[in-house]
Design a protein around this ligand. Structure first.
Ligand code: GLN
Length: 491
């Protein structure tokens, strides 16, 4: 049984045809993780015992002829900033190293209700701040396609776990690209839904007005299945859309893209874009044209302003969200203190890593009374302007096509000493979070050194259906979704 190639759909079909049991599947994944994750570090925590117990219960339900949920018996892994009841949720931070949530995030509840079985929690950049998963307080995750390279970030553990064949579905969060960029680096499909489509309740906040949860999958069809489980109203999240939510993302997928207008921002193809990624963008445009879409280059003058606005807004919100970790209420507490001030200062100094402290300082600075107008207020004005620019673009185009990262997966350690260079690599992903629109990242080929390359389709608010449709057409035309990295034991 080659589980590393299996999609959600194939596993579901296998259960129906009684080709294998849920216990056999769960056991195979756990064996594979135990055999191979030592060299990759995708997981922070494995839930072997509970996963096998749930698998057994699921097999009994199948024997009794019960109908399983949409994800009945599907093993999944969840980024470690999403609360799981009774399972440690650390945000890859010393601050929350021993935190066991007393409740499930809404998405976790939905996944469990649909029958999914949690295999474990995945590594990430501390508090989701980073683009390489090197900022975890515990371990550095490696890219399964080349263990010298980063898997992207901040959801690098979920992306690496998916492509290494440790689960057919993993969950991540995207504040400025943290699903799409690691999906591109690891050769997965990664979806950042519209802001407000998926509940954030139980997602440990980084920047509340930008954060969204979404899936990593092998195929676009699997992404559509997963999205239908994740979406939905939630009285516990005040920012979730209060309207009837579409949850059939599958049935229209093969409608094709004849006549669809796809815009490609000129600014996204210019200076700074890696040559091989540029070549793949051109090839993708040609493929889409052959499929009947109308491709047009146009101007979307947002890249630089978007990046600056993103780092100001996200750091401002982070500084406020992370104020709750004071060593008093919960989280890490220092042993070195005499006064209450020392307790707070030392707990925060010892509990947070370097990048998190950098963002808190930046965020506090841009919100301080002397600089608020010059930075935060200006960034918010840019946010409005960028939204208008996107609005105009979507009056002309059904979908926008763009690269995800300007660079190929880079070497571990290559950028970690230069935060600004790391921030620059987010130039093509942050704007979608600023505006709140959905975007899907899909593999479009490999570099000459056999590293995955992805592209993203961006749509107007709540056009996930259309995005999935375009991504599906491209995926079928390219036919590369079955490729998995070769991994050997003890490498
Ligand atoms: N790389 C971006 C940052 O460090 C995005 C992170 C994210 O999406 N969580 O802020």
């Amino acid at each position: 049984m080659h589980i590393e190639h299996m999609t959600i759909e194939e596993i579901k079909q296998g259960y129906q045809e009684k080709k294998f049991t849920v216990t056999e599947i769960v056991k195979s994944y756990i064996d594979r993780i135990k055999k191979l994750d030592g060299q990759m570090n995708a997981f922070i925590h494995l839930c072997e015992e509970s996963a096998l117990k749930e698998a057994k219960e699921m097999d009994e339900r199948i024997k009794r002829g019960e109908i399983l949920g949409i994800l009945g018996g599907i093993p999944i892994a969840i980024k470690d900033n999403i609360c799981t009841r009774g399972i440690k949720t650390t945000c890859a931070s010393k601050m929350l190293q021993h935190f066991i949530p007393p409740y499930d995030a809404t998405v976790v509840k939905k996944l469990k209700d649909a029958g999914a079985i949690i295999l474990g929690k995945t590594n990430m950049d501390e508090f989701a701040m980073g683009s390489s998963t090197e900022n975890s307080a515990f371990k550095i995750t490696k890219n399964p396609w080349d263990l010298r390279k980063v898997p992207g970030g901040s959801s690098g553990g979920s992306a690496a776990a998916l492509s290494a064949g440790f689960a057919p579905l993993t969950i991540g969060s995207d504040t400025g690209g943290s699903i799409r960029q690691p999906a591109a680096f690891c050769g997965n499909v990664g979806l950042k839904p519209t802001y407000g489509l998926v509940s954030r309740y139980g997602l440990i906040a980084f920047a509340s007005s930008l954060d969204q949860i979404g899936p990593f999958t092998k195929t676009v069809r699997d992404a559509a299945i997963s999205l239908s489980v994740l979406v939905g109203n939630d009285p516990l999240d005040g920012t979730i859309v209060q309207k009837k939510i579409e949850n059939d993302y599958l049935s229209h997928l093969d409608k094709g893209i004849k006549g669809l207008k796809i815009g490609v921002p000129k600014e996204f193809l210019g200076e700074g874009l890696d040559k091989e990624i540029h070549e793949h963008m051109k090839k993708t445009m040609k493929h889409l044209e052959d499929l009947g879409a109308i491709i047009e280059e146009f101007s979307l003058p947002i890249t630089d302003t978007g990046l600056s606005a993103y780092y100001i807004i996200s750091s401002a919100e982070a500084s406020s969200n992370l104020a709750r970790y004071d060593g008093v209420r919960y989280g890490y507490r220092t042993e070195k203190f005499q006064t209450i001030d020392e307790l707070m200062i030392n707990s925060r100094s010892e509990g947070f890593g370097e990048e998190v402290k950098r963002r808190i300082m930046l965020g506090t600075f841009v919100l301080s009374s002397g600089y608020y107008d010059a930075y935060y207020k200006k960034a918010m004005l840019f946010r409005k302007k960028i939204s208008n620019i996107f609005k105009e673009a979507f009056e002309k185009y059904d979908v926008i096509l763009s690269p995800i990262s300007s660079i190929l997966p880079f070497n571990i350690g290559e950028k970690s000493k230069n935060p600004l260079q790391m921030y620059l690599s987010d130039i093509y992903t942050v704007n979608m979070n600023i505006v709140g629109v959905p975007a899907i990242s899909i593999p479009c080929g490999f570099s000459r050194s056999k590293l995955p390359i992805g592209v993203q389709f961006i749509g107007d608010h709540y056009t996930e259906k259309k995005l999935l449709q375009v991504a599906f057409a491209l995926e079928q035309a390219l036919g590369i979704y079955k490729e998995v990295p070769v991994m050997k034991e003890g490498e």
